[in-house]
Ligand binder design. Structure first.
Ligand code: ATP
Ligand code: MG
Length: 297
């Protein structure tokens, strides 16, 4: 990933890799792991506006019983550790406490959506791993990811993705597409109709809430960044009044699109633009099959 990172971070940031020899194998989704490293590197870049050092380190690590007892959700055992360290502005305890929350950002409008760390968290949890942030104001930040050591024998590489058929929709399921860009909205609505769903449209949050007064909707597919009311605010309003409705977010921020295309935890589902018909079909089906956000912890 060195080339990509160098281009993304610019010349002001020196990148150093300290990679352990004899690193254990781990069984993980490679593209999502790269995604996590990109997310963390972009955060590091944003924390070093005047330049600095980014260090990526790998090591074999044992998390012992004592550590596991101190960190509730950690299972003691052997892990492959990947850490990203920057020499940036660091985080206050208040920021640190909320950093993994979806949509939590200290960056101005148009600069961050606050989905980066929550996505990394979701991925690590899904991989039965562990994540830990160490940070000090004005000194810098280290994020450590622990992925379980793979001890099974045989080839640990993923087999080629199977040709799973595109899941079709049903007219029984109604999807409300909320998007301020008319051509994007039309195209999305068209794709969903093609898949077999019933589709409604709204150009923004307030209009969407009006539609919901009169129509039964199963899923809202909403853009995150919109004028007047953003996707998150819309979702909050919807969850209060119609808790059974599923929410699927989408975002087209080019700055975030490459780094935000993974699994989010905390009941937040996201499909980054641009997406293919197939990706749309799978994601919509997955979210319709999931529990509504109000019922998730
Ligand atoms: N390396 C870091 N140094 C200092 N603060 C950080 C670092 N990484 C994350 N943060 C803080 O945590 C917050 C949440 O990070 P997260 O990646 O989830 O969202 P974001 O970077 O603000 O937005 P996005 O990832 O969507 O561009 C950031 O706004 C920032 O305040
Ligand atoms: Mg980020």
């Amino acid at each position: 990933m060195s080339e990509l990172l160098r281009r993304m971070l610019g010349e002001q940031i020196r990148i150093e890799a300290v990679l352990a020899g004899g690193l254990w194998p781990t069984f993980a989704d490679l593209s999502q792991l790269e995604n996590a490293i990109l997310n963390l590197s972009v955060n590091a870049r944003d924390a070093m506006p005047d330049g600095g050092h980014l260090t990526i380190e790998t090591a074999n690590t044992e998390l012992d019983d004592r550590y596991a007892r101190m960190h509730q959700e950690v299972e003691a055992g052997q892990y492959v550790m990947i850490s990203i360290t920057d020499t940036g502005i660091g985080m206050s305890p208040e920021v640190l406490e909320r950093a993994f929350d979806p949509f939590y950002t200290t960056k101005g409008p148009g600069k961050g959506t606050g989905l980066g760390l929550s996505q990394v968290y979701g991925y690590v949890k899904q991989s039965r791993g562990h994540i830990k942030i160490y940070s000090e104001i004005d000194r810098g930040t280290t994020v450590k990811i622990y992925l379980p050591r793979h001890v099974g024998s045989g080839d640990v590489r993923f087999s080629a993705p199977s040709m799973t058929p595109i899941p079709q929709g049903s007219v029984e399921d109604t999807i409300l597409v909320v998007e301020d860009d008319e051509s994007v909205r039309e195209m999305t609505a068209e794709s969903l109709r093609e898949l077999g769903y019933s589709v409604l449209q709204a150009a923004g949050g307030p209009e969407a809430l009006e539609v919901l007064q009169n129509e039964r909707v199963d899923l809202i597919f909403t853009d995150i960044v919109m004028p007047h009311m953003n996707g998150r605010q819309l979702a909050d309003a919807v969850m209060e009044k119609w808790p059974a409705i599923r929410i699927l977010y989408t975002t087209g921020y080019t700055r975030n699109a490459i780094v935000h295309n993974g699994v989010l935890d905390h009941g937040v589902s996201l499909l980054a633009k641009p997406f293919s018909l197939e990706q749309l079909a799978h994601k919509v089906r997955e979210v319709l099959n999931s529990k509504p956000p109000a019922e998730q912890a």
